[in-house]
Design a protein around this ligand. Structure first.
Ligand code: OAA
Ligand code: MG
Length: 553
């Protein structure tokens, strides 16, 4: 597509070189060097983009640690976005874990130490009355904002203003995987303080040194923020990322009918997980309606995944009550059931009926433990979204495998150090039978002479594609149906449907094709749900292709 870059097209001299959206570095042609007054400001040799990619890759490879590699890529992004994205595109499997999960987690923890240059917008609590001013400093039109308050960064908890690494990383994937032009994206950090003592006590901390603002003041701040965003960018897609789960749920409920918005940790995680589970079940010849699901963890991810799967089961013909009976959701106090008095309105619908538990043989008194649930419910699908390393123990996994031929096991917590189990152990404990997908990337595992490629069941398969579909359809709301369509379309991309021994998800090198396929399904659903401003179905594929940007000069 033609570039929608809104930076001044007539910028000249060093200003042009210093604008990462306009800079071509050594690839400026002789004519451009004349036209933009660049003569002498660049070395005489003129590179092609391909040559620049080779040089950048050499420099990337020379960096020793993954964090250094992350810093290198972030600096390149701030110098020359076209080159940055072209390099990522050519080395996607190697570089995605560096710009995104899991290394972006380290980058958030270290954000105040590795800070180099401004990117995105910070709104801090003391500046809350100045939000309109702050947003007026963005000199371009924006299609997608990713915003966090930094309170629950991946499985790493409160990182305060260092959480900015996440919106930056997520939006890089919008451009890399979904082809959204980088000039049209805006990372934002709402700085409401931090309760992370290590950050506050760090003399280098770049955020507001204050304990977190909560309660009505927090909600008022969010309201002011949403109003300011809607005023400055009325058609923007606003993605909420890595908020504490209670806030995430409340905010989503409050705003989803007011603007075009979704929460990635609830809805994106839910769609990618259910799409991958659907692929695992179908590739093993099973039926969705015959499964029993155990969800370990009842935070935003556990709640969202359960809701999404219930939706798919209902769509396949069961009643909602029948569908809910198939789920056993566990939080830190054990199985959620309707005899518990500590469940809020979000968790109560996920509670099992005590009547269904009659005859269960439990080791624990009072609460019903994870081990009790697995022994009695005999799950066919086990999902971990706890943030707790090692929560899937050998005994529990062996128990599960003794009841089911193809156990589907997804340790989703990230970064890598927080995974509920590592794939090599899961294959060992299930005698190679487990169908595994993880939240963070893992290397392939050799087991009994067979290589198992481990799919990364990560939101990155969904959110860039959602953005693409939403922009192409000019949707003004994000419906549940659009996520169900995304999950179904992701399933259709699974290599395992044609070959049951193949990985559950397409390789990262195919993620753009997959995003295109999902984007079309999402856009079509937006039209069906009456939230799209475009109505001609035949035009959608064309619009998707026009929306997808490819990094080239
Ligand atoms: O970023 C990821 O890899 C997935 C995600 O949204 C989270 O864990 O919060
Ligand atoms: Mg997240």
């Amino acid at each position: 597509m033609t570039s929608p870059v809104l930076s001044d097209p007539e910028k000249t001299g060093i200003d042009r070189i210093e604008d990462p959206l306009l800079n071509k570095g050594t690839a400026f042609t002789p004519e451009e060097r004349q036209k933009y007054r660049l003569l002498g400001l660049l070395p005489p040799h003129i590179d092609s983009l391909e040559e620049q990619v080779v040089r950048a890759y050499d420099a990337f490879s020379a960096e020793e640690t993954d964090l250094d590699k992350h810093i290198f890529l972030r600096e390149l992004q701030d110098e020359n976005e076209t080159l940055f994205y072209r390099l990522l595109l050519e080395h996607v499997a190697e570089m995605m874990p560096i710009v995104y999960t899991p290394i972006v987690g380290k980058a958030c923890e270290e954000f105040s130490h590795i800070y180099r240059r401004a990117r995105g917008v910070f709104v801090s609590y003391p500046d809350r009355e100045l939000m309109d001013d702050i947003l007026s400093h963005v000199d371009r039109e924006i299609d997608v904002i990713v915003v966090t308050d930094g309170e629950r960064i991946l499985g790493l908890g409160d990182q305060g203003a260092g959480g900015m690494g996440i919106p930056i990383g997520k939006l890089s994937l919008y451009s890399l995987c979904g082809g959204i032009h980088p000039a049209r994206t805006l990372p934002m950090l709402l700085d409401l303080g931090t309760n992370n003592a290590e950050r506050i006590d760090d003399p280098r901390y770049i955020g507001w040194r204050h304990e977190r603002i909560k309660g009505a003041e927090y909600d008022n701040f969010i309201e002011q923020f949403v109003e300011a965003v809607m005023k400055r960018f009325p058609n923007v897609l606003l993605q909420w990322e890595d908020f504490a789960s209670v806030d995430a749920e409340r905010i989503l409920k409050k705003y989803r009918d007011r603007l075009c918005t979704f929460n990635d940790d609830i809805q994106g995680t839910a769609a990618v997980t259910s799409g991958t589970i659907l692929a695992a079940i179908q590739s093993a010849g099973g039926k969705l309606a015959d499964q029993r699901f155990v969800m370990l963890g009842a935070g935003s991810a556990g709640v969202g995944i359960t809701g999404q799967l219930v939706g798919s089961i209902v769509a396949s013909g069961k009643s909602e009550a029948e569908a809910r009976d198939m789920f056993y959701v566990i939080d830190r106090n054990g199985l959620l059931h309707d005899g518990r008095t500590d469940l809020d309105e979000v968790l109560m619908p996920l509670a099992q009926k005590q009547a269904n538990l009659a005859g269960w043989d439990c080791d624990t008194k009072g609460s019903i433990s994870f081990a009790d649930v697995v022994r009695n419910a005999k799950p066919t699908v086990l999902v971990g979204a706890t943030g707790q390393q090692g929560a899937f123990t050998e005994a529990i996994i062996r128990e599960m495998a003794s009841h089911t031929e193809r156990p589907v096991i997804f340790p989703l917590s990230n970064p890598t150090s927080h995974a509920e189990a590592i794939p090599a152990d899961l294959l060992k404990w299930t005698d190679g039978k487990a169908r595994i997908a993880t939240g963070s990337p893992f290397d392939p595992v050799e087991y009994n002479g067979k290589t198992h490629v481990i799919s990364q069941c990560n939101n990155s398969y969904i959110f860039p594609a959602m953005g693409l579909g939403i922009l192409a359809a000019k949707a003004n709301r994000v419906t549940d149906g659009m996520f169900t369509a995304a999950a179904e379309a992701l399933k259709e991309c699974s290599p395992a449907l044609a070959d049951p021994t193949a990985p559950l998800l397409p390789p990262l090198s195919k993620i753009r094709d997959c995003a295109r396929h999902i984007g079309i399904a999402v856009a079509r659903q937006a039209q069906q749900d009456g939230v799209a401003q475009t109505t001609v179905a035949e035009e959608l594929e064309k619009r998707i292709d026009q929306t997808m940007w490819t990094p080239q000069y």
